[in-house]
Design a protein around this ligand. Structure first.
Ligand code: ADP
Ligand code: MG
Length: 150
């Protein structure tokens, strides 16, 4: 468990870019937090760090989008599970990329992603009242994240 306070949206993107350096192909990152918390902003930072093709927007009409790497790195799969009711299964994503070879980030994935992987990095974003600051809390689940420190 690890918490960090991020005063601005730019800090959130920089945090995502730093986090990207620790992500490997096959990793699953699950983002939770209320509407406007900064989940998509964090994914923009991760995308920047991974050097994948953009832009990162909230997928309104599709559940997930694949952003190919601009280098030799893994593609970023960005999913928004907001409108999904049940468990998210790989088939639901209808991807032309394999999750084993990608870094997968799911917004609103809490409680929906158990079908995707037993290992996941859960990131919760909270708003502070009174200013723009957000508090990001990390929790690694499964063997992949045991012993990992932020
Ligand atoms: P979500 O995907 O969680 O609904 P978004 O990332 O789409 O949230 O929106 C967050 C909004 O809040 C953006 O307009 C962003 O610029 C703004 N913002 C202001 N301060 C911060 C901060 N410290 N961290 C993240 N976003 C922030
Ligand atoms: Mg969003």
């Amino acid at each position: 468990m690890n918490a960090e306070r991020l005063p601005t949206a730019e800090d959130m993107r920089a945090y995502g870019a730093r986090l990207a350096a620790r992500l490997r192909p096959g990793d699953l990152v699950v983002l939770s937090g209320p509407l406007g918390a900064g989940k998509t902003t964090l994914v923009q930072g991760i995308a920047e760090g991974l050097k994948v093709r953009g832009p990162i927007t909230s997928p309104t009409f599709v559940i997930a989008r694949v952003h190919p790497s601009l280098r030799q790195g893994p593609p970023l799969v960005h999913a928004d599970a907001y409108r999904l009711g049940g468990d998210l299964e790989v088939d639901d994503l209808d991807l032309d990329a394999s999750l084993e070879e990608s870094v997968t980030v799911v917004e609103w994935g809490e409680g929906l992603v158990e079908g995707l992987s037993e290992d996941r990095l859960e990131i919760h974003i909270d708003r502070e009242t009174g200013d723009d600051a957000r508090v990001v809390t990390l929790r690694g689940v499964g063997a992949r994240w045991s012993g990992e420190t932020a």
